[in-house]
Design a protein around this ligand. Structure first.
Ligand code: 5GP
Length: 205
């Protein structure tokens, strides 16, 4: 049976707080892209810790991706696996995509499990930025993507990330086992969720 790990808002807050100095120093983000829904809360908390005196808040853009098992379709029989679809994306025709050109963009999600979602997000964002650069005649400007997740599950990954991201522009606040992580924003009874988190903490100490 898959074990469950309960994570509280307080713990999420502190994971963002302790990660912020490294993010500021190493990634220097100008913009965050939060992958919904799990990336929204960490991105918002992180923004408070990334705020520097005299500088504006780092803007957060939201994207939505949906994962489904690619079973039962003709091509899925040959290549079974997981598919990703965009449910929300940056507006390609407006300034939203051009706004990424030449920036340090921090992609935020709650968990890196099979890595399928992150692979898709990086690949597609890089592709769309390249197109926007060509359209705008700004191909000389370098856009750098980095990644922050609260938890990275230590397991074989289906998705691949570019080497320069994995070695140098990837930060997981915690590397964990392959348990199911219960995040507080998914809880329907937050008091019970916090009680279970506390109970778990006591058992471990
Ligand atoms: P991926 O497998 O692409 O890395 O993760 C896909 C998505 O599955 C994540 O963004 C997250 O929404 C969900 N997911 C994967 N593992 C967990 C987990 O342990 N807990 C929760 N709550 N969601 C998870």
């Amino acid at each position: 049976m898959v074990e469950k790990t309960y994570v509280t808002y307080n713990q999420v807050h502190k994971l963002c707080q302790e990660s912020a100095p490294r993010i500021l120093e190493e990634f220097r983000p100008n913009l965050m892209i939060a992958i919904g829904g799990g990336g929204y809360v960490p991105a918002r908390i992180l923004r408070s810790f990334l705020k520097q005196p005299g500088h504006p808040n780092i803007p957060i853009q939201a994207i939505g991706l949906s994962l489904y098992e690619a079973l039962g379709t003709a091509d899925a029989i040959e290549t079974p696996g997981t598919r990703v679809t965009r449910t929300q994306w940056l507006d390609l025709s407006s300034l939203e995509m051009a706004n990424l050109i030449g920036k340090n963009v921090l992609i935020v999600d709650e968990v890196d499990d099979t890595r399928t979602t992150l692979e898709y997000a990086v690949r597609e964002l890089e592709k769309d930025v390249r197109e926007a650069q060509q359209k705008a005649g700004r191909t000389g400007e370098e856009t750098k993507f980095s990644i922050f997740v609260l938890h990275n599950k230590d397991k074989p990954k289906k998705g691949k990330l570019p080497e320069e991201i994995i070695h140098g522009r990837y930060l997981a606040a915690r590397t964990v086992g392959d348990d199911w992580i219960c995040y507080p924003w998914e809880a329907t009874d937050i008091d019970e969720h916090d009680r279970l988190a506390k109970e778990q903490e006591q058992k471990q100490s």
